[in-house]
Design a protein. Sequence first.
Length: 871
Amino acid sequence: MGYVCQWGRRKSSYTPLISASVMDVSLDKSMEKVQLPKGDNWSVHKFGGTCVGTSERIKNVAEIIVKDDSERKLVVVSAMSKMTDMMYDLIYKAQSRDDSYISAVDAVLEKHRLTALDLLDGDDLASFLSRLHHDINEIKEMLRAIYIAGHASELFSDIIVGHGELWSAQMLSSVVRKKGIDCKWMDTRDVLIVNPTSANQVDPDFVESEMRLEKWFFQNPSKTIVATGFIASTPQNIPTTLKRDGSDFSAAIMGALFRARQVTIWTDVDGVYSADPRKVTEAVILNQLSYQEAWEMSYFGANVLHPRTIIPVMQYGIPIVIRNIFNLSAPGTMICRPSVDENEGNQRLESPVKGFATIDNVALINVEGTGMAGVPGTASAIFSAVKDVGANVIMISQASSEHSVCFAVPEKEVEAVAEALQSRFRQALDAGRLSQVAVVPNCSILATVGQRMASTPGVSASLFSALAKANINIRAIAQGCSEYNITVVVKREDCIRALKAVHSRFYLSRTTIAMGIIGPGLIGGTLLDQLRDQAAVLKEDFNIDLRVMGITGSRTMLLSDSGIDLSRWRELIKEKGEVGDMHKFVNHVHGNHFIPNTALVDCTADSNVASHYHEWLRKGIHVITPNKKANSGPLDQYLKLRALQRQSYTHYFYEATVGAGLPIISTLRGLLETGDKILRIEGIFSGTLSYIFNNFKGTRRFSEVVMEAKQAGYTEPDPRDDLSGTDVARKVIILARESGLKLELADTPVQSLVPEPLRATASADEFMQQLPQYDIDLAKQLQDAEDAGEVLRYVGVVDVVNKKGLVELRRYKNDHPFAQLSGSDNIIAFTTARYKNQPLIVRGPGAGAQVTAGGIFSDVLRLASYLGAPS
Ligand code: ADP
Ligand code: ASP
Ligand code: MG
């Protein structure tokens, strides 16, 4: 203990050169009446290690101090970033008798020397460097002693590690002074007096500290003070620290001593997030937290704030603001008493849960036995045994049967605790009154925090159902009567998944949809581009959050865990695409447990893809498609699909199968659901055939018009695919089935416009070459029609009354709506019981990538509104 006498007591021998901060600690009677100008005119700032990590950053901090227009400022500063770790490492090396501690000390010296050279000049620089060298020499001597003893006392450790703060405070105050501001630096060991407690914590002595502060201020009156964070003294003037991350606590104590207007804690994030942003990318900044909420968040592992920071400021109602030094435009998080508004006003709409935090490396201990029930003193005996080994109990849970008591302790303490309990309860265990003291290692704690959880029913139900959905087993649960916090213990390997699952349950909008796009061709690609352009507006204005988690073609697929960047989806498929695998694709899009809804969008024309719809719907995946294959395929499969859709809350939308973006299916549904009776649906359903017959008039030849349509890109590569009428027939079947008819495609007579002899012709080109030979037949039909004041139109008809569908070339009077058509428009006429004399007509462009993708997109939004999106 010889060293304790030499360095431990705060005598001027320890810091002869830091004379500004050294004082005689016995109270001078003449100063008793000195009044510190406390109150609102003080603002307290705390700059964390990252804020003062380099000389540039220290200059930036000085700038912020100068710009604060408060009348009086007290600035608490941490050691340069990573410095405290480096100092602890010196001690660890020395006590492990690792010689490299010497070079490690030199690295500490060098870092500060270079920073000072950058920041200071003249006398300031000379005096700082001389103090630095002196301190480093002392540290070396202490480390040498530790090296010899092979052990570091807490006192030595505290003295050594506290130097980081001493140096950063001195440098910062000199830089502020250089800017022309009168600024003093404070060695807080002269002012802050704390009593060590057993659990690696210290309790501030506010009365003593206040007296010392008054005295310090009398000797160093200044409107700007830069004080060391982290360090303090015991009542016996022995240097100590506020323990790891304690500078936040220092700032709060200072705030309370000065009765400051506000304590601003500057760090490297925009404020307190709803969860650790390193673990949950979706975490959001919380604008306001109550003291209680902030305390719970920090206690349960949100290391943005030291948990003990709250108490000193809370008693005076001093707000704490957490701000990002690297993003001054962010307003930060305000921690204060909840305003009346918060409970009454707009916050009512918000989630009752504010945030989530986790503690890793904990173990559960379960003390179990029938002999515990009704026996007073068991819990006290358990916890006094735990206290005796100095372990910290993080949470406790006891079921009311009193059959078992379960609690969590840091993993590193569990062995000692278990041993203490075994020996304390030896007799009870032997006698069978206790059955076991069991240890569950490798656990994590997940805490859910929010003051408004109190008296809001259903919060824990949502929480547990989110965990259940993510298939996470809960080992223990605790909820205090304050209801500000629900704590669960899970296996460590489940912790991040658990955190993400509960976070998304409370923070993602109910209308967040994980989407998988199948077939990124012309239509799928256009849809992706439309989603890209509209996503931000939907999220902002309608709270609809669409995330494309996967895109798959027939050969390649692109998967993402959080949503594909749609501004680059084409490049990303090339860069990061993997071999397409439908099973893996679906599992990926649906398999994440964080997004509440999944929708697969089939933009192919593939019957194989369509054959999966039933299985997807059964899994709870919503399906949206312009692909006609499922609804016009075998009747029994169609009926199965529709039956499933009706039974479940899973949706199947296919507006774009008929008339692209035109509201045809939805119009028909609307009529049926409101009790109208459909008599007949008749329409021009093919954009290609619409174009051809709108232009086939007078002396024009049919083959010439088909060629023109082909060249304008209106037809399929092989125009026979359009002229055969099959595509129109599929649409007729879809509408017929939607109207309640049980028809098969094969039951629908289709008049093909491909002349019989040309149906087997090998290539499209050959077909086009030979088509003119057959012009004569259609020319005659046209002539007859025109002579009668009529036009030719290729139509699909659903004759509901006679339960029939058909596709054929028909003649219409020149004043019929179908005769007025131009371009490639579709037109559909619904004749119903209500619309009997004048049919209800829907008309407009019914083909093309933009309108088809638009139709699919509007189905996606229909889905979102079914899921509860605001209108
Ligand atoms: P400083 O050195 O400024 O005191 P800390 O590293 O002690 O900084 O605390 C800030 C860090 O806390 C952030 O960088 C962030 O990674 C982490 N953190 C953990 N949980 C949260 C949370 N809920 N909100 C904000 N930051 C958090
Ligand atoms: N420098 C100390 C630490 O790293 C205190 C702090 O920065 O809050 O623990
Ligand atoms: Mg910190």
